[in-house]
Design a binder for this molecule. Sequence first.
Ligand code: CAA
Ligand code: NAP
Length: 248
Amino acid sequence: MKGKIALVTGGMGGIGTSICQYLAKENALVIATYHHRENRDAALAWQTAQKNLGYDIQTCHVDVCDFSSCTDMVVSLEKIYGRIDILVNNAGITRDIPFHKMEVSQWNDVLRTNLDSVFNVTRNVINGMIKNNYGRIINISSINAQKGQYGQTNYTAAKAGMHGFTKSIAQEVAKNGITVNTISPGYIETNMVMSLSTSILNKIIEQIPVKRLGQPEEIARAVTFLAAEKSSFITGSNLVINGGQYLL
Ligand code: CAA
Ligand code: NAP
């Protein structure tokens, strides 16, 4: 991937960090986004920590819920790096609660961060990719989009929406050398999952045939595979990585 420019939203989170490292190992020039402007120092500390591990990763700010923030980011990245070749729509949140108790804000926050974000970032990146006749877009969905999950009507609606988006845009931009795919991770050992109570977590692990949580690296290496130039015949697909917990 030498010479390729890769943008990873939520690139400093659990799965995002691993995706950045794997793309960097493949010699892509990687840009990880951070969410809150006031966290610039934390972002720089993350960047230094990555550098100490041998990964040279660039950083930039974006709020993926805000279309104009995404426009500002893409305009500035295209000015600095010339183009974006690889986009990983990875930023996401949960606000789990049974539907009958769900507040409008819990619905809106999750839909905006997990689904509107995919429009906001991709819409700003796509014309550059079309112009360059090249692109790799990877959307991070979830096992729960497919199986449903008690307490996650908001999250599963958003993550399922990604599949329709992926299949439609994949058809539109196939002629432009751009592939668009979705990865559906199962339960992966990051803060998002580790903040569940121990009893809930133990019940979940019992339901996973491999009897353990997934590791961020197990998602990152699949991202790298789909992001490769040679993966040009894979588009509109969904890659399931869930330890056998839910099989279609
Ligand atoms: N199926 C059926 N009933 C369930 C259930 C389930 N899976 N989970 C909970 N319930 C029932 C309970 O048995 C209980 O019933 P009673 O009132 O009759 O006793 C009722 O729901 C309330 O359960 P809780 O005490 O747990 O209620 P709560 O309000 O404290 O929490 C919850 C509800 C937030 C949904 C909590 O159960 C929870 O966090 N569940 C896990 C949700 C989950 O898996 N989230 C994934 C997060 S990680 C992620 O999203 C990444 C990814 O993509 C995989
Ligand atoms: P994480 O560690 O919480 O990372 C999520 C990242 O998204 C954080 O860096 C977060 O930044 C960023 N983010 C949130 N809101 C944002 C916004 N409005 N603008 C820009 N960035 C924002 O969680 P993770 O487990 O690595 O999850 C990464 C992706 O994988 C998510 O889309 C998640 O839904 C998906 N996924 C996770 C699992 C799992 O089991 N862990 C399973 C399936 C799918 P801040 O922390 O600064 O807000």
